[in-house]
Design a binder for this molecule. Sequence first.
Ligand code: PMP
Ligand code: GLN
Length: 396
Amino acid sequence: LNRRLAEFGTTIFAEMSALAVRTGSINLGQGFPDTDGPEEVREAAVRALRDGRGNQYPPGPGVPELRQAVAAHQQRRYGLSYDPDTEVLVTAGATEAIAASLLALLEPGDEVVALEPYYDSYAACIAMAGGTRVPVTLRPHEEAPEGPDGDMGDAARSFRLDLDELRDAVTERTRVLLINTPHNPTGTVLTREELTAIAELAVERDLLVVTDEVYEHLVFDDAEHIPLATFPGMRERTVTIGSAGKTFSFTGWKVGWVTGSPELVGAVRSAKQFLTYVSSGPFQYAVAEALALPDTYFESFRQDMQAKRDLLSEGLREAGFAVYQPAGTYFVTTDIRPLGESDGFAFCRALPERAGVVAIPNAVFYDHRAAGAPFVRFAFCKQREVLEEAVKRLRS
Ligand code: PMP
Ligand code: GLN
């Protein structure tokens, strides 16, 4: 194994899902739903298979139906207009979109400023592209409860971006800002003010922005997902990444996409063509239909996930964790220190034996491991009964 990859070992998701299988534990580690996406979308995939659509190599940029559907979705939700022929590229999940974007845009030695903790493929892909990662750490915040009878146990906790730290991280060598909102693993949804500041910084320092928005439809309460590409000066410098795995609960289909200017999307396509060339033929047709589902689908998906968030957050609180109630994604980050623990790695390795539950130590998403040590992530994209059983086990 070369030096670029040697530090990364095996992805935590493989390790923890294998541990769950081995110990028969409830897997709240790796983020995948335990209920498949809409029946009619599965039917659409079967129809495509049967009708022989996509069983041979689809076109390199993706099938026209899906590129049109992605463009229509961006238009309908955000008023962003993309040309399906030159400004949309279908990828093998968001994972390939991230890899191809970084491979296409970085020169060796370029710096990439990314929000830490970061999704684990970011660091590995920056390394494979010969870039240098520069983490900006999201800091834990606690706001005093509002009500007069509120106790600190219900304090609103979140991880926030320090805009001064972000500005200070940009140097002459910075090429790309790698943003993720809603943010995995913290559940932070960047606000309009934060996104405005990021956009101004990108324009001022003439940076490219790669923004991973795979959880765009999973925002809760009064949080709002605002694509970075909608801010002034951003459309031409932003590569936006989406995924059917997250939005439609088909993580195994590996259908993702990139939108951006013809120059940027063309660059990403140059890298993508030599990674997979194409993938997921019949599933591309099905996802095209999924993206055209009525707004009621997206809204009920969101509400269902929000109810699950509440169920798991409440249960974790009752079990003694300090909970960072997420504004988005399907993950909840907790602090284990109120339980008298401080090492998330040790905690997660012991948890299957102790409680029959698997979770992810957030430290794996940090360069500054110590900053992430006491945090542990649980996924709530699971059936209610599964979450209830997990809570019962954790409480006892
Ligand atoms: N980005 C983030 C932030 C994710 O959480 C994930 C999936 N867990 C991905 C990218 C990868 O998405 P896909 O499965 O579409 O490759
Ligand atoms: N994105 C999912 C998570 O954060 C897992 C994806 C993977 O296994 N690579 O849990």
